[in-house]
Design a protein around this ligand. Structure first.
Ligand SMILES: NC(=O)c1ccc[n+]([C@@H]2O[C@H](COP(=O)([O-])OP(=O)(O)OC[C@H]3O[C@@H](n4cnc5c(N)ncnc54)[C@H](O)[C@@H]3O)[C@@H](O)[C@H]2O)c1
Length: 431
């Protein structure tokens, strides 16, 4: 069996590598030559800790089961194509931006053959399969979906840091338009997924995926709102959370410095984007609450520095963590970015440290923790990378000009106050 995987990112790379490990001939296609070159050479272009992925790619390439190219001609002869390109939203309007998806579909369409299965793994707004995906593929292939080729939506559930585990063990939803398409997709995905495969229609699959992430976002917003209440009323939100969760049926999440990643901040907008009559209120409000958290972090930085005897203008703030998620390099929609913008607006100079994330435009990252903290007036922790849990606070205090810590992830506790730090944290009205 041969399968083309279009889009070699956090989703496409593990999918291609796992397919190859199951004896499928997997061809990865991407417009980014660096990713193609890395995968083709048996390396993962993703940094951060992804257990097992590097080995799987290397062995797939060595056994000639996994190849990568920028040329869509490589789709020819494939039994199936999986599309896993990015589907972001517009920063201002929050509307879906399908530039990558449309371009990938236009390039793929001429290579779609009779009997082929096309599976869209990218997350899309409800209605996109019918309004955008099907017409582009039918126009470009001159074939009819559901009759000549089979088109399904099988949204992904991976998370950076757990790509292989999530991909292979979690249940999946397959939205299909025709029973044969569902059968073909079930047969393909049962090669790589140990979890159950749940068949449904296109729009239910689209709504299910975007709802999964909107649900998470609303839950995090709830925890964040409770954190802001605790800060003002003098309680510790993490302790309150533990107590709340002693009540049956309550599973409150942890608050934090903000929500990031490619998916959670944008999928709620994809979900509500097509609704005109019953305009949703809760889901956009949750986005607003979560988007406020980096601003709250900036307020806490200013407060902590004031206590340590330093004004924010021309101060040096060391940001610990640019990645949105611990122990990964993924900086997409990281709350560190609006936090840094807000601190710069308030006049602070920023140094960013991250053990994994690379520099992104306007946000230069150093790997040198000592250099980042030397002369700093405040340490603001955004990402709970393991390395930060093991910080030697004695050294940190000696390096810094003013001893102030702002904790966005509950990595420290009140004991840092006894060590001479001014300390503030999300949800910490009490330490
Ligand atoms: N990252 C996650 O954890 C995750 C989880 C579940 C679902 N998803 C969804 O999966 C999709 C992909 O996400 P990702 O994180 O892998 O994105 P990504 O940005 O890491 O990867 C997308 C890849 O597609 C490539 N690409 C863009 N246009 C292309 C084209 N015309 N032809 C070929 N390749 C093209 C890009 O160069 C990039 O390498 C998105 O819809 C996302 O919402 C992601």
């Amino acid at each position: 069996m041969k399968v083309a995987v279009v889009g070699l990112g956090y989703v496409g790379i593990p999918v291609a590598a796992v397919l190859a490990s199951k004896g499928v001939r997997a061809v990865g296609i991407d417009i980014d030559p660096r990713k193609v070159e890395a995968v083709g050479a048996g390396r993962s272009p993703l940094e951060g800790d992804e257990p097992g992925l590097e080995d799987l790619i290397a062995s797939g390439v060595k056994r000639r089961r996994l190849t990568a190219t920028t040329d869509y001609a490589a789709v020819d002869g494939a039994d199936a194509a999986i599309v896993s390109v990015e589907t972001p939203i517009n920063d201002e309007t929050h509307d879906p931006e399908y530039k990558a998806l449309k371009s990938a579909l236009r390039s793929l369409a001429p290579h779609v053959r009779k009997g082929m299965l096309v599976s869209i793994e990218s997350t899309v707004a409800p209605g996109t399969m019918a309004r955008i995906v099907r017409p582009i593929l039918e126009r470009g292939s001159r074939l009819k979906a559901g009759r000549d080729f089979h088109l399904v939506h099988c949204p992904e559930r991976v998370t950076a840091g757990r790509l292989l585990k999530n991909l292979t063990t979690l249940d999946r939803v397959i939205g299909a338009q025709d029973p044969r398409g569902l059968k073909k997709a079930t047969s393909l995905y049962s090669k790589i997924v140990e979890g159950a495969l749940h068949g449904t229609d296109w729009v239910s699959a689209e709504i299910t995926k975007t709802t999964e992430n909107a649900y998470r976002d609303v839950q995090i917003a709830f925890a964040n709102e409770v954190a802001l209440i605790c800060e003002e009323l003098g309680a510790n939100a993490y302790r309150v959370r533990e107590l709340v969760n002693t009540c049956p049926g309550r599973e409150m999440l942890s608050p934090g410095a903000g929500v990031g990643g490619h998916c959670i901040p944008k999928d709620p907008w994809l979900l509500v984007s097509q609704v005109i009559h019953q305009k949703p209120v809760l889901i956009p409000t949750a986005r607003e609450v979560n988007d406020f958290m980096p601003v709250r972090m900036a307020q806490l930085v200013e407060e902590a520095m004031r206590e340590a005897g330093r004004r924010i203008r021309n101060s040096k703030v060391a940001i610990l963590g640019l990645a949105y998620r611990e122990n990964t390099d993924d900086t997409r929609n990281s709350p560190a970015i609006p936090l840094i913008r807000e601190l710069r607006r308030r006049g602070a100079d920023i140094v960013i440290h991250d053990p994994f994330a690379k520099t992104v435009r306007g946000f230069t990252v150093t790997r040198d923790l000592k250099a980042a903290l030397t002369g700093a007036d405040c340490l603001a922790l955004v990402t709970a990378h393991d390395a930060y849990r093991k910080l030697d606070l004695g050294k940190v205090k000696r390096w810094m000009r003013h001893a102030a810590i702002v904790d966005g992830r509950n990595v420290f506790d009140g004991s840092v106050i006894a060590r001479g730090f001014a300390y503030r944290g999300i949800g910490k009205g009490e330490f």
